[in-house]
Ligand binder design. Structure first.
Ligand code: SF4
Length: 771
């Protein structure tokens, strides 16, 4: 057993006491006037009226900055009155807040005391204004100069026996410039230990799409959604997580398209959307978005899809024109084995597994049968299961059989959660080895990067836990709360010699640390990256368009450093000014970084000029119907197993979800307005019949426990809410329920944690430790 290096007595999970909950009926629509009120309330509270209004007008505008929240694309012709949603406004208010904390605050409050506050309370404290160090055995952060901080990291890195003892994690908030430089530094240092937040979310999409279509990204552009005949929204809650997507769905509906939603929960945003930018949305009845909702059992999309495909295949046999046979013949491989495989299942078996009524399945088949312009959008509801990769491949099968790939108004649309998570990967944040990428580094940057595969998030946790990694550096994010198995992750971090967080605000990852810890404060997206405001960065949205982002606000403090600047300075100190790369020059002049990105990263070209305005699309082989890199030069139709869902008699399937007042691990508030839950996060959404069977009353307190590999994990204190969710299924908020997700259970081939299908028991509370 390895000693926990950090002897501090911190609370890893945060408090689990209840607040004063208020519950109403779920909202029958999303956005509307309440959306505007909520957005303004957050903005005015955090930023003041004048600053809020002036800054919001620059968000998602050609000459302004990119929304720091999700990765939904901006339209080519942005509206002048505002291209943002409630969540974008909350994200901006959160980073542009006028509340600040520095050395004095930390002198007064120890990490032990701070760890007793909730994640919501920590986030309300405000922006961190200066570099801080938590020295070994201390319980208070104290100020440190930038030079001293860089020397401390460099010394620790030099002291490692192996380069793989260091881990460089990236969150999806970083710009292309920062991410490229960070990846370059890790490689120059000598490791591919570059885990990133995408390992925990869309890695399954990347793997499934690469295997079937030859690129790990989606194929549609925003405008494709407007003209689609059918859009399937699967395992996704756009009303809360990608709100402006609802405007695109609204346009699709107005143009005569249909929307099918496939999700265990019927989310408000997909029922009806009251677009606050339109008269009908503000004062009228809004737009009904979903034509058909299939309340599939958690992680039973594969049986549902197989059933739909089976029925479409039967129709095709009769009519001959349901599938696109010319497309299948010219561009795909694997159709015959798939049709044979579909024959091997009984409709009854598939229907039962899916949990959907046969009428609804028939309605879906009817909607899809005569259509070719089909788009499938999805998010974590598909990716975070053991069979996440296979589920996505099954949706790709549907698109390929319908010829709905590589054509206008058709294709794949994995919707990314963090604003530049896709860009980070495009510029080199990856733990695996891309030989061509490495060769280009060698040619253009003058050093040889390592060719040994690094660790992803799961590997990073294991490495730290087992004492194989000693330094953990995070470019943004809140690793502790984002990763699965909170207690295990905490212990892993605490076993490090040094943990370094590049951050804007305080979170739990600053409190549960290695022996020594550093906080390096940086700019938010809305802030000017240089005093005269001439510097800009670039980002890539969910649909592969690269555009520039230029902050407009004065920096929170003069002691901040931009991410590229601080990475370059660290590299310069580490290499003592002697390295093939001129780090100093790159850290000052971002156009030089973009020049290097153009040379090294695939598809980037003349970014300095082309990223202006609405930016430019990176090449996408699917849009060109070019499958030459795949076996036989064809898109792959695949055979996917049914998920194994073996539950014990007293077990339920739990999915983790986010509340409306939340963005990833950041908790902006305590309400989940669309689901009718106010002032509480410790709730369990449960089918009323399941509650009755278990003898549970509304708001009764329970604990949740999961057992994997004979190890029990328990999350304490949840109030049960009767909710419209399929029987046997449960939902509760992330990250409170991360403690139940075993770190070593993840999606095959992508290693994405199984956060959306956790087998749990519901235990009535008798006393605090009743399980
Ligand atoms: S949809 Fe996403 S990117 Fe757009 S404004 Fe809302 S949160 Fe920001």
């Amino acid at each position: 057993m390895i000693e926990n290096n950090s002897k501090r007595n911190v609370c890893v999970r945060g408090p689990d006491a209840f607040l004063k909950i208020k519950v109403t009926e779920p909202k029958p629509y999303a956005a509307g006037r309440e959306g505007i009120t909520a957005a303004m309330k957050h903005s005015f509270k955090e930023m003041g009226v004048v600053r809020a209004m002036a800054t919001l007008l620059h968000m998602n505008q050609k000459e302004g900055f990119d929304c720091p929240s999700c990765a939904w694309p901006d339209p080519e012709k942005p509206s002048r009155i505002g291209e943002y949603c409630e969540n974008g406004a909350k994200a901006l208010a959160d980073e542009a807040t006028t509340s600040h904390i520095g050395a004095k605050f930390f002198e007064k409050h120890s990490v032990e005391e701070l760890s007793l506050r909730t994640d919501y309370e920590l986030n309300t404290l405000g922006r961190i204004t200066e570099p801080l160090v938590l020295r070994a055995e201390n319980v208070h952060y104290s100020p440190i100069s930038w030079e001293e901080a860089f020397t401390l990291i460099a010394d620790e890195l030099h002291s490692l026996k192996s380069r793989n003892e260091a881990i460089f994690y990236t969150s999806g908030r970083s710009s292309n410039e920062a991410a490229f430089l960070y990846g370059l530094f890790a490689r120059a240092f000598g490791t591919n230990n570059l885990p990133d937040c995408s390992n925990m979310c869309h890695e399954s999409s990347g793997v499934a799409l690469s295997e079937t279509l030859g690129i790990g990204k989606g194929s549609v552009k925003l405008e494709d959604l407007y003209g689609a005949e059918v859009i399937i929204v699967a395992g996704q809650n756009p009303g809360t997580n990608h709100p402006r997507m609802l405007s695109a769905l609204e346009k699709c509906k107005e143009n005569g398209g249909s929307v099918i939603s496939i999700n265990p929960l019927e989310e408000s945003g997909l029922v009806n959307f009251k677009n606050p930018q339109r008269f009908k949305g503000l004062l009228g009845s809004g737009e009904q978005i979903t034509d058909l909702h299939l309340a599939v059992n958690i992680n039973q999309d594969i049986p549902l899809l197989k059933l739909i495909l089976k029925k479409l295949a039967a129709l095709d046999k009769l009519e001959g024109n349901i599938f696109d046979h010319d497309f299948i013949q010219e561009y795909t491989a694997g159709v015959e084995p798939l049709l044979n495989d579909l024959d091997s299942y009984s409709e009854k078996e598939l229907l039962e597994l899916s949990g959907v009524s046969s009428e609804k399945v028939d309605a879906a088949v009817k909607l899809l049968a005569g259509k070719q312009k089909i788009i499938v959008c999805w998010a974590m509801g598909l990716t975070q299961h053991k069979n996440g990769v296979e589920t996505i491949r099954e949706y790709v099968n549907l698109l390929l059989l319908k010829g709905a790939i590589g054509k206008p108004f058709s294709g794949t649309c994995p919707v990314r959660g963090h604003s530049n998570v896709q860009g980070d990967r495009s510029v080199g944040i990856m733990h695996y080895v891309d030989k061509q990428f490495n060769e280009r580094i060698e040619t253009h940057m003058g050093f040889s990067p390592p060719n040994e595969e690094g660790v992803d998030v799961v590997g990073a946790m294991q490495s730290m836990y087992e004492g194989k990694a000693k330094v953990f550096m995070a470019l943004g994010g809140n690793f502790l709360m984002a990763a699965s198995d909170t207690d295990y992750t905490a212990e892993a971090l605490q076993r490090c010699e040094l943990t370094v967080q590049v951050s804007t605000k305080l979170n739990r990852s600053h409190l549960v640390t290695g022996k020594t810890a550093l906080i390096l404060p940086t700019y938010g997206r809305s802030e000017k990256e240089a005093k005269d405001g001439h510097r800009f960065v670039t980002v890539e949205n969910s649909m592969g368009r690269v555009r520039r982002s230029k902050g407009v606000l004065k920096a929170t403090s003069k002691h901040l450093k931009s991410e590229p600047e601080l990475i370059a300075s660290l590299a310069d100190v580490y290499f003592k000014g002697k390295h093939a790369v001129d780090w100093k020059a790159l850290g000052t002049d971002y156009s030089k970084i973009r020049e290097m990105i153009d040379k090294v990263a695939r598809g980037f070209k003349n970014t300095e000029l082309r990223a202006k305005g609405v930016g430019y699309y990176l090449p996408n082989n699917v849009r060109e119907l070019d499958f030459s890199k795949l076996p036989d030069g064809r898109a792959q139709i695949t055979i996917n197993r049914l998920p194994e869902h073996i539950l014990e008699a007293d077990e339920y399937m739990l999915m983790t979800i986010r509340s409306h007042d939340q963005f990833n691990t950041t908790i902006y508030g305590l309400d989940d307005r669309y689901r009718g839950v106010y002032n509480e996060r410790r709730v369990l959404f449960m089918n009323p019949a399941d509650m009755a069977e278990k003898g549970l009353e509304k708001l009764e307190v329970v604990h949740l426990s999961s057992t994997y590999d004979k190890k029990n994990r328990t999350a304490y204190n949840f109030k049960v809410l009767p909710y419209k969710i399929p029987k046997g299924n449960l939902a509760a908020y992330f990250p409170e329920t991360n403690v139940l997700v075993p770190y070593n259970h993840y999606a095959d081939r992508s290693q994405t944690p199984i956060s959306k299908s956790i087998k749990v028991r519901v235990i009535k509370k008798v006393n605090r430790d009743s399980p």
